[in-house]
Each structure stands twice: as structure tokens, then as C-alpha cells.
Design a binder for this molecule. Structure first.
Ligand SMILES: CCCC/C=C/CC(=O)SCCNC(=O)CCNC(=O)[C@H](O)C(C)(C)COP(=O)(O)OP(=O)(O)OC[C@H]1O[C@@H](n2cnc3c(N)ncnc32)[C@H](O)[C@@H]1OP(=O)(O)O
Length: 393
């Protein structure tokens, strides 16, 4: 666990290595001497940190952090951060690994390292052609309303539309607005090649002052509110599954009224792999939809279904060839959106109301169990493993 946690934290160092109080300045000091480094050389390197044009990578930044601490404070002299405080623990490990290296030697190594970075950083590389540039990740959720349909589109294609904490809040807000707007149908879909890769696993790295327990508690509330909002949503809710779906984006499908999928879509709930347990009311809806043994295969063993399999099990309403998916689905939805809205609302109410209470109870229980799971070693190991790029689904 500790080793994995250390590895994963290396991925997050960039953000943390920015505060001047914590961070080794990353300067460019062409021509600085490699022997007998003076305090002035060191200060110069430190003060030029902001001139760096390129990100040197987290490994280098971690090394600079450690050398800076050693050069200014001497050997590591602070208590080791807790096991789940991945980032500070990794920084502590790097500093501590320098042992009894003298301040002078650390200063020299720091300046040497900065010097070695200068050549590549001084000549900025030409901007990549537009086609090669990654799209900005600004609007992670795009909500539009047209032809009687409000569409909530997950818009982090470069992260496979993984759901950040902010996105859960934004989806709740979008659903609340859609429940009151003029539209008759509400659609959830994704941008790019994925529908959604589930919970953004880096959500677990944003520790507040309250530590992991506080993180797990706020995760429980966030999850419960998000799923409650889906349970109570009054209008026809349609999932347009434009590609693979993972985790919570799959489990909540049992709360949708209709699910259309491209034949490229897959449906994967790898909770055991992640040391987690089912959410989105799937512990109740999945056995009801597909029978308990098929549900167990997905929720316990993480069997990944093709779109056709998911359709055969009743999780998906209809599968379309990828080439015509968007055209066919939207044409159909446009036609449905012209149906009398009140009749659709009332019909949904009749279908869903009988089990609303049950669904809320299931949601509360699943969320509470997950809060404990998130604090388990099984879960932390799995997340550490993914974030250290050792594991993928
Ligand atoms: C508070 C409510 C909590 C509710 C709890 C819900 C439980 C769940 O949803 S469990 C499911 C969690 N999801 C996963 O475990 C998926 C993890 N992702 C993957 O295994 C793979 O990324 C993939 C199989 C989805 C796609 O693999 P592929 O090789 O095609 O692409 P990648 O290079 O891996 O991904 C591109 C890019 O996107 C980042 N990313 C993808 N999914 C996630 C994710 N769920 N969380 C965080 N980041 C994700 C991936 O790291 C890559 O980022 P970089 O380009 O920066 O490396």
C-alpha cells in the first residue's frame, strides 16, 4: 500500500509543487558552476522558477522539492504524513531519502539539476497543429435544450468523461433545472468515444483538513444526493450511451426510463476489482431487471457486457449500429418529445412511484456502505494502483 501510494502521488506533484513555501523553485541558470555553488547561485535558481517554459515532469519536480528542503532545512525533520495522505507522504519520502546529505551538497545538486533543465526549456517547441491539440477541459458538462429535449452532455473526452465532484453537483443542478423547464424529455450522453468511465478516481486524492474520513463522509452525501435526484426525476429520462460505460454510469441506468446504446458500447461494473461495492440502487434494480445471478455476475465479478448482452439482459432498451447511432436515436427522440408532456409525466409517476421509497432506502444504505469501503485498504490499493498507471480495467 505504502509503495503504491507513493507511486501514485508522483502523478499529482505538479499542482503541489507550486506554493513558494513548499516548493523548490525551478529556475533556469545557464552557466551556473557545478562546483562550490554559492548561496547566490542557489537563490538565483530558486528565483527563476517562474521562467520555466516546460513542465519537467513530476519525477524531476519531486527531486527538486526534496533538494530544496534539504538545502534550506537540512535532513527531514517533520513527522511522516498518514498513509492516505498520498501526496505529502510522497514528498516526505523524497526528502527523507536524502538522509544526512549536507545543505551545501543539496544546494549544489539543486543548481546542477536546474542547469541541466535549462537547455530544453530555453527554446520552446513550436505549437502543435490544431488537429493534434487536446481540446480544453473547461466545460465538463454541457447542457442544451432544443426540440423539447434537454440534453446533459458529459464533456471530458480526454478523461473518458470521468465524473469529477463538481460534475456530480452540476448534473444535479442540471436535472433540477430540466425538471422545471419547457422540455418534455431529458437525455444524458457523453462526448467523444466514451459514454463515461465512472467516478473520477482522482476525486479520492482531494483530501480536506478532515482527512480521509471527512472525504469519505462528503463522498457519501454527494453520492446519495446525486442518486436521489435521479430517483425523483419527474420526466422521461433517457440515456444515449455513445460508447463504453463504467461504474456509476452503468449502475444508474436502472433508474433511467429508456437506454439507447451504440453497438460499440460496453457495460462494466468492476466494483470488486476496486475494493468497492454497488451504488446507484443497482443492488436492487439489477437483480430486478436481469435476475439475481446475472446481476451478481456483473456486480460481484465485474463481468463486462457488450451492448447486445446488456440489451438481452434488459439493461439496455435498444442497440444501434455505431455508424447510424446518433442519427437514428435523435430522430426517434425528437418524435417522442412531441408527445403530450403531462401524459408522459403521469405515466412515469405510475410506473416509478410504487418503489420510490424503496429506492431511497437502498440508495442510503449503498452510500453508507461505500463510505466504509472507500476507507478500506482494498479500495485504497486499487485506486493507488490505477493512478500509478499499474492497473487499468
Ligand atoms: C462520489 C460518488 C462516487 C461514486 C462511485 C462510483 C464508483 C465507480 O464509478 S467505479 C468506476 C471507476 N472507474 C474506473 O475504475 C475506470 C478507470 N479507468 C480505466 O480503467 C481506463 O482509463 C479506461 C478503461 C476507462 C480507458 O482506458 P484507455 O486506455 O482507453 O484510456 P486511458 O489512457 O486509460 O484514459 C485516458 C485518460 O483518462 C483518464 N481516466 C479515465 N478514466 C478515469 C477515471 N475513472 N478516473 C480518473 N481518470 C480517468 C486516464 O487516467 C487518462 O488520463 P491521462 O491521459 O492523464 O493519463
Amino acid at each position: 500500500m505504502a509503495v503504491l501510494a507513493g507511486r501514485l502521488a508522483r502523478r499529482w506533484c505538479f499542482g503541489l509543487l507550486r506554493s513558494p513555501t513548499q516548493v523548490p523553485a525551478l529556475g533556469l541558470h545557464a552557466g551556473s558552476p557545478t562546483m562550490g555553488t554559492s548561496q547566490k547561485d542557489f537563490n538565483d535558481a530558486v528565483s527563476q522558477v517562474k521562467l520555466l517554459n516546460e513542465d519537467p515532469g513530476n519525477e524531476v519536480k519531486l527531486e527538486l522539492y526534496a533538494l530544496y528542503k534539504q538545502a534550506t532545512e537540512g535532513p527531514c525533520n517533520v513527522p511522516k504524513p498518514g498513509m492516505l495522505d498520498f501526496i505529502n507522504k510522497t514528498k516526505w519520502d523524497a526528502w527523507n531519502a536524502l538522509g544526512s546529505l549536507s545543505k551545501e551538497a543539496a544546494r549544489q545538486k539543486y543548481v546542477d539539476l536546474v542547469s541541466s533543465l535549462s537547455t530544453s526549456s530555453e527554446s520552446p517547441s513550436p505549437e502543435a497543429p490544431a488537429a493534434d491539440r487536446k481540446p480544453p477541459e473547461g466545460n465538463s458538462l454541457v447542457v442544451t435544450s432544443e426540440d423539447g429535449i434537454t440534453t446533459i452532455r458529459l464533456n471530458r473526452p480526454t478523461k473518458k468523461n470521468a465524473l469529477t465532484t463538481q460534475m456530480y453537483h452540476d448534473i444535479v443542478a442540471a436535472l433540477q433545472a430540466a425538471s422545471k423547464d419547457e422540455s418534455t424529455i431529458t437525455v444524458l450522453t457523453g462526448s467523444g468515444d466514451y459514454y463515461c468511465s465512472g467516478n473520477d478516481l482522482t476525486n479520492f486524492t482531494h483530501l480536506s483538513a478532515g482527512g480521509p474520513e471527512e472525504m469519505a463522509r462528503s463522498g457519501e452525501v454527494l453520492l446519495r444526493d446525486f442518486v436521489d435526484c435521479l430517483i425523483d426525476f419527474p420526466k422521461p429520462l433517457v440515456a444515449v450511451v455513445n460508447g463504453p460505460a463504467v461504474g456509476i454510469s452503468v449502475t444508474i441506468l436502472g433508474l433511467f426510463d429508456v437506454v439507447y446504446a451504440t453497438d460499440r458500447a460496453t457495460f462494466h461494473t468492476p466494483f470488486s476489482h476496486l475494493g468497492q461495492s454497488p451504488e446507484g440502487c443497482s443492488s436492487y434494480t439489477f437483480p430486478k431487471i436481469m435476475g439475481s445471478s446475472k446481476a451478481a455476475e456483473m456486480l460481484l465479478f465485474g463481468k463486462k457486457l457488450t451492448a447486445q448482452e446488456a440489451c438481452a439482459r434488459g439493461l439496455v432498451t435498444e442497440v444501434f449500429p455505431d455508424g447510424t447511432f446518433q442519427k437514428e436515436v435523435w430522430a426517434r427522440l425528437k418524435a417522442y418529445s412531441k408527445l403530450p408532456p403531462n401524459a408522459m409525466r403521469i405515466s412515469k409517476q405510475i410506473i416509478r412511484n410504487q418503489e420510490k421509497e424503496k429506492l431511497h432506502a437502498v440508495n442510503a444504505e449503498e452510500s453508507s456502505i461505500l463510505r466504509e469501503r472507500w476507507l478500506s485498504d482494498e479500495c485504497m490499493n486499487a485506486i493507488a494502483s490505477f493512478l500509478s498507471r499499474k492497473a487499468k480495467l
